[in-house]
Design a protein around this ligand. Structure first.
Ligand code: ADP
Ligand code: ZN
Length: 671
């Protein structure tokens, strides 16, 4: 745009600003001139209703109540008004007030509901007007600053795809992805298809175009997609879903087009779209703003995928940890027709992931890698593949810091602690008083758990301050998928143990239990709202809002909401009472644990047995105990037939090459 194109100069803008200011102040004046007097609820009840001065009540816009007075009741206004929080509470309070005043039905003023424009619409236009003015202004400024025509170059490069391509010998293979054998089996078909498409075409089969890999972060979705490319020996193109979201209209769809043309040029290849939920959100949902641009991008994605035919030879894989918010159109046959779920690995999976990441490490000679992998798997419940990779790397770093020439088991244990708790804070010195509180708090958790049947077995308690908290306790959760009410209650009680112990020993409570209380509250709500475990609320299940999500409307009535809130409180206070009773009985034991903690700072299970005696319930702690009855000691023995061949094929290959591969995966050790 050139200078002369724009018919306005700076003077005009000043006029515009003046006009806007004038209009808005006029509006403001008009809006406030005509309102009656505001009164309080108390005034309303006693001065107006009590003396029979009220003719009728008008609830306006569910926001305020206009009290129309009987003629002549008040000399300076024909009506008064007050704000209400919600119509619900207003009605309840009004009812209560009538009861209190003893007002019979026939004497009660009529209540009418109305909606009226209160000028807020006009008011809401003001920011828009200002914004338009501002935009016009900046546009003009922008075109002055740059030379003629220079704005276009920027817009052009915006529409280029930001996808990155890896070509030639991608050295990640299936054997480097451990612990998700089912997923591997599912995705293997794509490898076959990319390698010999003819076989499928001869049979007249339609090849699936893509798959969505879903699952929590760090479980190896990207790794698996890359390994698929590695196995098929085709280029791997990756892009992140959020790269399509730009402020400028049309950039997203243009980038999608560009990315797909890049994929077609390099076919056969694998196109991996990570975090596809950024663009693939359900259309027309309750999200505001920027929506239509995101919809355009999604539509473009659908169009491009439909444009593939069986000879295009591009497989589109997508990763997400929110498959539930994806638009159903994405999953239609002919697009992402397969959904592959990759969850957190179980104990066997963890052992084999450890094996992969232990491969490049230099361990002390007496350590057997397989045995170590199993042992570590038992110590790392709930870890994802990425966490495990992190533990292995941390262990090497710790060994290097200690100037050891090989990694030993102690280094691994420290690495696990570090990954769970964050960095040890040597400089953060607790006041003796605080340290005592932390010790009794943690001792409360540990002792409560020890004597509650369904609580998870304890692995370790520590009161060394770390990045993520002042003290922590590590447990060995069973790999369990169904819980009974009793089991959940025991867990709640153990979580409350910290605060209860503080109360028993010091008669005061501290802020240190916030996280515990949050967990307990979450569990209580889940039991009542989701799992239908409460008698009064009944067998119903509603979605709880996820963290960071905007809740527009509760799926249940106000009355149910109130019932749920009361039941949650009852449940938590019952759990608290139960814990209080338990720990009062075991007061001496808690004290013993706390004193030992103050002395040693870290206690493991053996210390606990020494202090409290053997735990009165059976528990599992070793790898062998955990895998008992799950069919075979090793994950590999449960490998499906097809995969065995793949692994065999790999084994036949040159071993030194394998070692290079493994080194690459574990993210490059510093030595
Ligand atoms: P996601 O894409 O699911 O968030 P990634 O594939 O990026 O997770 O995984 C991150 C890292 O974690 C990988 O580079 C790898 O080192 C490790 N990892 C995750 N899962 C596995 C697994 N199943 N086997 C081996 N390593 C894994
Ligand atoms: Zn706690």
């Amino acid at each position: 745009m050139q200078k002369g194109d724009f018919p306005w100069n700076e003077k005009d803008f000043r006029y515009l600003a003046l006009t806007v200011a004038g209009v808005s102040s006029a509006l403001l004046y008009y809006y406030f001139r005509n309102t009656g007097r505001e009164i309080s609820w108390k005034d309303f009840v006693h001065r107006y209703v009590g003396r029979g001065m009220v003719d009728r009540l008008e609830v306006v816009n569910k926001q305020y109540v206009r009290v129309i007075l009987v003629p002549g009741a008040d000399t300076d206004a024909s009506y008064v008004w007050f704000n209400i929080g919600s119509v619900d509470t207003f009605e309840r309070n009004l009812e209560a007030a009538y009861m209190e005043l003893g007002l019979g039905l026939s004497h009660r003023p009529a209540v009418v509901y109305s909606t009226e424009s209160d000028g807020s619409f006009l008011m809401s236009m003001v920011p828009t007007l200002l914004l338009i003015g501002f935009l016009l202004f900046t546009l003009r400024r922008g075109s002055l600053g740059r030379g003629p025509g220079s704005g276009r170059g920027g817009a052009f490069s915006m529409s280029e795809s930001t996808a990155k391509m890896m070509k030639d010998n991608i050295d990640v293979k299936f054997k480097d992805v451990a612990g998700c054998e089912e997923a591997k089996l599912e995705i293997m078909e794509f490898v076959n298809f990319l390698k010999n498409p003819q076989q499928y075409q001869d049979l007249g089969a339609k090849i699936p175009k893509g798959a969505v890999l879903s699952g929590p972060p760090g479980t190896g979705k990207t790794l698996l997609a890359k390994a698929t490319a590695g196995e098929a020996n085709v280029p791997f193109i990756t892009v992140n879903g959020s790269e399509f979201l730009e402020m400028f209209v049309g950039v997203g769809p243009a980038r999608v087009r560009d990315m797909f043309s890049m994929a077609r040029k390099n076919a056969p290849c694998i196109l991996f779209i990570d975090e596809i939920d950024a663009v693939g959100r359900k259309r027309g949902g309750g999200n505001f703003g920027g929506q239509s641009e995101q919809e355009n991008t999604l539509n473009q994605l659908l169009v491009e995928m439909d444009g593939f035919n069986t000879v295009t030879n591009v497989v589109v894989l997508a990763g997400t940890n929110r498959p539930d918010i994806l638009d159903p159109a994405l999953m239609r046959p002919g697009r992402f027709d397969r959904q592959i779920y990759i969850g957190h690995p179980d104990i066997k999976g963890r052992a084999s992931i450890f094996k992969v990441h232990l491969r490049p490490l230099k361990l002390e000679p007496e350590l057997d890698k397989d045995a170590l992998a199993r042992k570590m798997a038992a110590l790392t419940p709930g870890f994802s593949g990425a966490d495990i990779a992190n533990v292995c790397n941390e262990a090497a770093l710790i060994a290097a810091r200690h100037l050891s020439d090989a990694i030993n088991q102690k280094h691994f244990e420290q690495a696990i602690e570090r990954v769970i708790g964050g960095l040890e804070k040597k400089t953060q010195v607790l006041q003796p008083e605080e340290k005592k509180t932390v010790a009794y708090h943690e001792a409360g958790h540990a002792t409560a758990g020890w004597f509650l049947e369904h609580a998870d077995p304890l692995l370790k308690v520590s009161i060394i301050p770390r990045g993520k908290g002042l003290g922590y306790a590590q447990y060995l959760p069973r790999e369990q998928y169904l819980y009974t009410k009793e089991q959940l209650l025991d867990r709640m009680c153990m979580t409350l143990g910290g605060r209860v112990s503080e109360e028993i020993f010091f008669g005061r409570i501290t802020t240190g239990a916030q996280d515990d209380l949050r967990k307990v509250t979450q569990s209580a709500y889940a039991q009542i709202v989701q799992f239908g475990m409460n008698e009064k609320v009944g067998q119903v299940s509603f979605d709880l809002p996820r963290q960071g999500e905007m809740v527009l409307e509760k799926p249940y009535s106000e009355a149910t909401a109130r019932l749920i809130d009361t039941e949650v409180r009852t449940l938590i206070s019952e759990a608290y009472q139960r814990t209080y009773q338990l720990l009062s009985e075991k007061k001496a034991e808690v004290e013993k644990v706390a004193l030992r903690l103050l002395e040693k700072e870290v206690l493991d299970k053996n210390d606990m047995v020494e202090l409290l005696g053997k735990r009165p319930f059976a528990e599992k702690s070793t790898y062998e105990e955990f895998v008992e009855g799950t069919g075979g000691e090793d994950e590999d023995t449960t490998l499906p037939e097809g995969l065995k061949d793949w692994n065999q094929e790999r084994k036949d290959k040159d071993e030194s090459q394998d070692e290079q591969v493994a080194r690459q995966i574990s993210g490059g050790m510093p030595f």
